[in-house]
Ligand binder design. Structure first.
Ligand code: ADP
Ligand code: MG
Length: 187
């Protein structure tokens, strides 16, 4: 199956979950994440459609959000007054004129929303390649965030796909090879 077909299947599975299931699972994922993120500089995301919501983390941690630029590049911004507006994809993002830019080298942990993933840390996004570009030269610990139903048997990684260090769902945490969770304690 190609990436496009897999995206469709994963999104359908995610949309099939009830609001209640999604919010319970999102809360559980946030509880797993909280102790890992203490004192870290974190790039999170604003939930889009039926994605895992990480909003609960905001009560405890200041986080940066992605801002989509030209050429499918993105920046990490902290909105100064907590204001967001919809971008061309319908995703909420900070206003760059009322935000603080966090340089990539300063980010300790990136929470990467996944459309799909496999246990080896390969990620499927929406197809824009924004995270592949951002994570390419990013030293941060990369944690994929998804519901368990978004797991697929095996994803074929393209040469530009940046592997995740870890994936957290409401059911499990997946780490692969040398990319171990204890690395997060060192960042
Ligand atoms: P996603 O990761 O969002 O699922 P893909 O992996 O299919 O999307 O990548 C989407 C597009 O982004 C591809 O056409 C790919 O060529 C492009 N792309 C990804 N990473 C880079 C990069 N580092 N530089 C240039 N183009 C890239
Ligand atoms: Mg990719």
């Amino acid at each position: 199956m190609n990436k496009k077909e897999l995206r469709k299947i994963c999104l359908e599975r995610r949309d099939t979950m009830s609001e209640e299931e999604r919010s319970e699972a999102s809360f559980h994922i946030c509880q797993i994440l909280l102790p890992l993120l203490q004192k870290k500089t974190v790039l999170s995301y604003y939930p889009f459609r039926s994605e895992v919501s990480l909003s609960y983390l905001n009560h405890f941690l200041p986080v940066a959000y992605p801002y989509c630029k030209e050429d499918n590049e993105m920046d990490a911004l902290v909105p100064k007054y907590g204001h967001f507006k919809k971008n061309r994809y319908g995703i909420m993002e900070p206003d760059p004129e009322k935000s603080i830019l966090i340089p990539k080298e300063k980010i300790d942990v990136v929470l990467v929303p996944c459309v799909g993933f496999d246990e080896s840390g390969t990620r499927l996004g929406h197809g824009g390649g924004y995270y592949d570009r951002y994570l390419k030269d990013c030293p941060a610990f990369k944690i994929g965030i998804a519901f368990e139903c978004q797991k697929v048997e095996e994803l074929e990684a393209d040469e530009w796909d940046i592997p995740l260090d870890m994936i957290i769902t409401e059911k499990s945490s997946y780490e692969s090879g040398p990319r171990l969770v204890h690395k997060i304690k060192k960042v």
